[in-house]
Design a protein around this ligand. Structure first.
Ligand SMILES: Nc1ccn([C@@H]2O[C@H](COP(=O)(O)OP(=O)(O)OP(=O)(O)O)[C@@H](O)[C@H]2O)c(=O)n1
Ligand SMILES: C[C@](O)(CO)[C@H](O)COP(=O)(O)O
Length: 239
């Protein structure tokens, strides 16, 4: 992969959520899919490009009792880090994870890729595409997908208010790639309401680059998403 010097590229995977919308009463990142915990598939995509990475870090909740048994081979080397600094919100988990990366020696000018543990269908080629598109960009950017369906605005009662123009609408995915110091600053200022890294960067007045993602790069969120993810993983020959 053509990418920044590996000493300057870090990956941070927030993995401290509850998975409440998945409705299983257990954190979705550890549910088994195609024979392995969901997050193991996510890690695999980054391990495929690992020679280009300085750090592959997983942010789990403090006191997470499942991660050790779910991922017995993580961390497998000095570049892999288990950070038990997850917060109440995704934004807090990312903020805490970035601080931990700084304590480990990462520099403000380094790049960081933030990726949801729950997006377990990410392909290594998509990581490469994002890095290639952003590494010389002044701001950084994110994988995203053009809206493919007709888009409706709704009333509070759940009726159609209007049909929106979709030509300029994209769905934000992850990974999202920014300079670590700028992202830290952006997230500190943005607080807990922000739902992705790009949103915090936008609030600084910057305009992240949209890089074509894939409709398969879903965030496993609802019960039916597990079936779809399992089918894709099995079709790819994952175990
Ligand atoms: N406090 C939180 C909340 C979320 N996440 C992570 O952020 C990613 C995207 O969040 P989402 O899909 O919303 O996950 P959950 O919060 O687990 O799900 P839900 O909102 O349905 O409870 C997930 O990998 C999740 O583990 C996190 O690290 N810390
Ligand atoms: C970051 C994200 O995946 C972009 O689509 C998404 O916002 C995270 O999900 P959440 O439900 O908002 O935590």
């Amino acid at each position: 992969m053509h990418a920044p010097n590996p000493t300057h590229l870090h990956v941070l995977i927030p993995c401290a959520g509850n998975g409440s919308r998945a409705g299983a009463g257990t954190p979705k990142q550890y549910r088994r899919l195609a024979g392995r915990p969901l997050v193991a598939h996510t890690l695999e995509a980054f391990r495929a490009v690992t020679d280009r990475l300085a750090t592959l870090a997983l942010v789990v909740a403090p006191g997470d009792a499942e991660v050790a048994s779910a991922l017995p081979a993580f961390p497998r080397d000095a570049n892999e880090r288990l950070l038990q600094v997850g917060g109440i919100t995704r934004a807090a988990s990312v903020r805490n994870g970035l601080q931990a990366l700084r304590r480990l020696g990462a520099k403000p000018s380094d790049w960081v890729l933030v990726h949801d543990a729950a997006r377990c269908l990410l392909a290594p080629s998509q990581i490469e595409a994002l890095v290639a598109a952003c590494e010389h960009d002044a701001v950084g950017g994110l994988l995203a997908l053009r809206v493919a369906d007709t888009l409706k605005a709704a009333t509070p009662e759940g009726r159609v208010q209007s049909t929106l123009t979709r030509a300029d609408k994209w769905l934000a995915q992850t990974p999202q790639m920014f300079r670590l110091g700028i992202l830290q600053d952006a997230l500190e200022k943005a607080g807990d309401a922000v739902t992705d890294e790009a949103g915090a960067i936008e609030a600084l007045g910057l305009s992240p680059l949209l890089v074509n993602g894939s409709s398969l790069n879903i965030k496993v969120t609802y019960p039916e998403d597990f079936e779809l993810a399992e089918a894709v993983l099995r079709a790819r020959g994952s175990r």
